[in-house]
Design a protein around this ligand. Sequence first.
Ligand code: ATP
Ligand code: MG
Length: 445
Amino acid sequence: MRLSRYFLPVLKENPAEAQIVSHRYMLRAGMIKQQQAGIYSWLPLGYKVLRRIEQIVHEEQARAGHIALLMPTLQPADLWRESGRYDDYGEEMLRITDRQGRDMLYGPTNEEMITDIFRSHVSSYKDLPLTLYHIQWKFRDEMRPRFGVMRGREFLMKDGYNFDIDKDAALHAYNRHMVTYLRTYERMGLTAIPMRADSGPIGGDDTHEFLVLASTGESEVFYDEAVTQLSLGDRKIDYDNREEVAEVCKEFTTLYARTDETHKEELFNEVPEDRRKVGRGIEVGQIFYFGTKYSDAMGATVQTSDGSSVPVHMGSHGIGVSRLLGAIIEASHDDKGIIWPEGVTPFHCGIVNLKQADDVADTACQDLYDSLVALGLEPLYDDRDARAGEKFATMDLIGLPWRITVGPRGLKNGVVELTSRRTGESEELPPAEAVAKVAAIYAGI
Ligand code: ATP
Ligand code: MG
């Protein structure tokens, strides 16, 4: 993409309404525009990151054999009357009536609808285990929408639902989700810590939230510092192997880590004092096992091998896809702007032309651009007729992890400059080597 032809409405001034850094930078970098309280348009740069995040979510779900579908945003109230949640959900639910006078709602979550799909099409234990998920917009009429996409009213969520023959199988699905989530967040450059949680209105005994540590987080968290050092890395995991998956979960949930809702001072005091940390966290996901709550209420049963009929055991598992943009920025920025982790960056590499309309510089930039594209990368070429300082400020604000700077002086010596946004370190390289280096970085992502 050439910046001169792109739609990147950056703001020079800090918008007064933004209280936290991620919201401020998303507005300044022209990623979102608020349309109503808690409802945003996703401008091209923000939309690009949103799609990269979705892509990682899809890839990690597929790896575990989970199957994508798409349910509508509008749901009939009758389904929610079956589960009893139509009355329970309260004012967060946006209720709508169509022209025939039928009660509908903009889905805040999809347990009822997925259970309806299941009961319509599955009747045998032979079709289990089954995990279906979608990435779809949700609406919750939050009392206090704030912090930009962090607490929106309309927001994008990945929600997945497992259907299993018994509790053991459903707990395996729960564990499997935990591992897929750990991998998903790691690929986004985040440390998200699973913490034991309260089950709230979804109901159920087993539930963990995933929290990204950040001073602006809405939850108070208590944890053993050693938990922040854990990582999956690129180890291979057989998602069908119950013991192996359970072992990984154990590794990530044994050290003390809880939110204020489940915090127990006596247990926390057992953590060595120098590792005992109190801080704040952003909830970027939550997994639940809730047994037969919905299958009982809605008649989702299967025939077992001996011919008897049993309700399926279920769980639901959510990732805050749009909230993740805010969480990633909270975790990765400096005073000049965003620093995207390579896994989610909107463009792989920026190209800054220090002397636009200089034949040699223009040709070198175009060659770099073409070489990067030929390798499957997406560069953003700042070809505007602007001062170098302005170009650098824009690149720093929008946070591309790598920048290649091209100027007549370097070109005379056959080099361009490759700069890391994170460290600020630069090196001079022949253009072909700069391209190879950027390609090598992304080959491992
Ligand atoms: P919260 O406690 O933050 O209100 P929740 O526990 O009600 O969230 P879940 O039902 O667990 O939310 O939804 C799954 C995920 O969706 C959450 O972990 C969070 O990342 C995201 N999410 C929930 N509410 C919002 C919102 N209003 N705006 C953006 N993301 C949200
Ligand atoms: Mg939650």
